[in-house]
Design a protein. Structure first.
Length: 210
């Protein structure tokens, strides 16, 4: 279902608490609809109804549906970052490397299963829309920089090509979690996939590459 609408008035920046809550409600409603129906099958009239506001109110806060999408993806990435924060905070706590990698895997897997529709939808959108791609790129860059700062002082991590190994490790974990949510896998197969992935990432981070 298409949606060619575009705001014809100046976009409002909410300052009062009531206005902020209304804008947030529109973003949350859009998030739910994009997950249930998909971005292209959702229009602003449906978003307005879900949020309990008029279509005019939607366009007073957002230029168009793609403008809403950007805010929804920001919300999704903020939720993912929050899920990973507990792992990041423990990286320099003295826990073993295997424990930390497995914890990271489990947080990523949980984010895939809790918002599987959002994950697939937004990653697909990143291939089509440059602005979405840049949001994911910025998220990954910030995450990897934080991991680098914390792992750079660990004795059980080889510092050789650490930035490159962290980027590769993140993509290995992401791809493995994406495969793990397949309904075709049994519980035992998912566990095996997790253990193989964790082992591969730990080996990569410990490996000294000349």
């Amino acid at each position: 279902m298409g949606d060619e609408g575009m705001a014809t008035t100046e976009i409002r920046v909410p300052k009062q608490e009531r206005a902020v809550k209304k804008r947030d409600a529109i973003i949350r409603a859009s998030y739910e609809l994009f997950c249930r129906k998909g971005y292209y099958q959702t229009n602003t009239a449906q978003i307005a109804k879900e949020a309990g506001v008029s279509t005019g109110i939607v366009y007073s806060y957002f230029q168009d549906k793609e403008d809403i999408l950007l805010q929804v993806v920001r919300l999704y990435l903020a939720e993912l970052k929050e899920a990973l924060d507990s792992v990041l905070s423990g990286v320099d706590s003295g826990r073993g490397l295997s424990y930390m990698v497995e914890a990271c895997y489990e947080r990523l897997y949980a984010s895939h299963t809790m918002r599987a529709e959002a994950h697939d939808e937004f990653w697909a959108m990143a291939l089509r829309k440059e602005a979405i791609k840049e949001l994911f790129k910025a998220f990954e860059t910030e995450l990897l920089q934080e991991l680098y700062r914390k792992l750079a002082c660990r004795q059980d991590v080889s510092q050789t090509l650490l930035r490159e190994k962290l980027r590769l490790s993140y993509h290995i974990l992401e791809c493995s979690c994406h495969d793990a949510i397949s309904p075709d896998l049994s519980k035992a197969e998912r566990e095996t996939l997790k253990q193989l992935t964790v082992s591969a990432v730990v080996d990569l981070l410990e490996r000294k590459i000349n």
